[in-house]
Design a protein. Structure first.
Length: 170
């Protein structure tokens, strides 16, 4: 009987993640689609990563990076290639990854709302010496196998969502 309730609770939790409304905003204050190259998602070759699993949104250094949707901040800190990063869990069980930040302003464990400042655009990590930008990736915790293809690392497309489609679809 107890197992039945645990299963029901997990099902409700899973469904609840899909019920949270979202209409995402571009995660760099004042940015538009002109501030990224629409061909860079899954572009190859992309150094040791093989393919580029996100987009780079270019802006002046220290421009505010904002939450594109409500999310729970899971991690903030330094991550080798990403430099200063923030990682958040948003609606529909999607992980949002913000990298190369000059400064981090959000706290781990904090629930943020759309438009809250997470940090500022920078050039940390492997972006040192390059124009300041935000690397933005979205990773689904629930795979979408129908998105897989035969491109390099195409099996990972079951997990990585194209941020351009995400930002323009809703």
């Amino acid at each position: 009987m107890k197992l039945k309730y645990v299963g029901l609770a997990l099902t409700l939790l899973l469904l609840g993640g899909y019920l949270i409304p979202e209409s995402p905003a571009i995660p760099v204050k004042g940015a538009s689609s002109k501030d990224w190259n629409s061909q860079t998602f899954w572009y190859e070759p992309w150094g040791p990563s093989g393919v580029h699993k996100g987009i780079d949104i270019f802006a002046a250094k220290n421009t505010a990076v904002i939450a594109p949707t409500p999310m729970l901040i899971l991690y903030r800190g330094d991550f080798f290639k990403g430099g200063n990063v923030v990682v958040g869990l948003g609606p529909k069980w999607q992980i949002h990854y913000f990298a190369h930040l000059a400064q981090i302003e959000s706290a781990t464990g904090l629930i943020t709302y759309q438009g809250d400042t997470l940090g500022t655009v920078g050039d940390t990590g492997n972006a040192q010496g390059k124009p300041p930008h935000l690397h933005y990736s979205i990773l689904s915790l629930l795979p979408k196998p129908w998105l897989m293809d035969t491109s390099t690392q195409g099996y990972k497309k079951a997990f990585y969502q194209n941020p351009i489609e995400y930002l323009t679809a809703l």
